[in-house]
Write a protein that binds this ligand. Sequence first.
Ligand SMILES: [Zn+2]
Length: 328
Amino acid sequence: MSSSPAAARALHDDAVVVDAHCDTLMDLAAGRRRLGVRASTGHADLPRLREGGVNVQFFAHYIEPEYKPDRALRRFLELYDVFMAEAAANADQIAVVTSWPELEAALAAGRLAAIISIEGGEALGGSLEVLRAFARLGVRAVGLTWNERNDIADGVGAAHTPGGLTHFGRQVVAEMNRLGLLIDVSHLAEPGFWDVLEVSSRPVIASHSNARAVCDHVRNLTDDQIRALAANGGVMGLNFCPPFVHPDRADVDRLVDHALHVLDLVGPDHLGLGSDFDGIYDTPVGLEDATRFPRLTEALLRRGVDEDTVRKILGGNFLRVLREVWGD
Ligand SMILES: [Zn+2]
């Protein structure tokens, strides 16, 4: 098997690449840059995502702590308005997709398929009606918490007294199952993670979390969590945030260490990408922005990961879960 950069690039371009988490919308909402214009700041925009071979991008609507809890819903709607306007202004290059047929159509047309996700369940305002309205607006994934405690569960920041799903949290999980929304457990404290796996009737994702056995950070998943996520049919996305990759020398190969560990632990069907681009200040050496995704493909092949598995990591696994949760 060849692992030359050219062969890696060919495989990368041929594969469907899915990035399950970016925070690019933060810069867009602040008016710092535009989605369709290549910038010299930040990590992702349409030109750079195209150059990096990304085909499906989750756009997190991240609710900053200062809006919680009372203005969280309003903040979500403001972010949503900015994002939909940016998508409309670049409709030749990007399509917001809410179903499997729409995703397939976007890919066939050569457009970036954009998936609207929420990072921070405070946006629901404690209301299942709001959750259902979000589904109608096109939201297709919700991270139940960020780092704080909310009325659904505790985030990893509630480290001293971490609790699991609340009564409302259990209702949210059940309703998300019913609506076909992806449940994202990336920031959850461990008790909530276990509760979600017990309650959810569908695969769940950890959109942007690495392996704690490789890098001991609270945002990474333990081996027990990774095994349970895999048993549930779920997928975890490799996060490029340097402190989650390696304590002092994050680069492409140290990220591949996480991939190899997860492959060893649970096989090829439960790993994907969740870059966290534009939500992180620093980047690993070799993964400086969205144009660098092919470097990861190159490194995976160089380290002996077979081509079928690389395709699954690049996007096949997240596509499988999307199709399963959304339905055909
Ligand atoms: Zn995050």
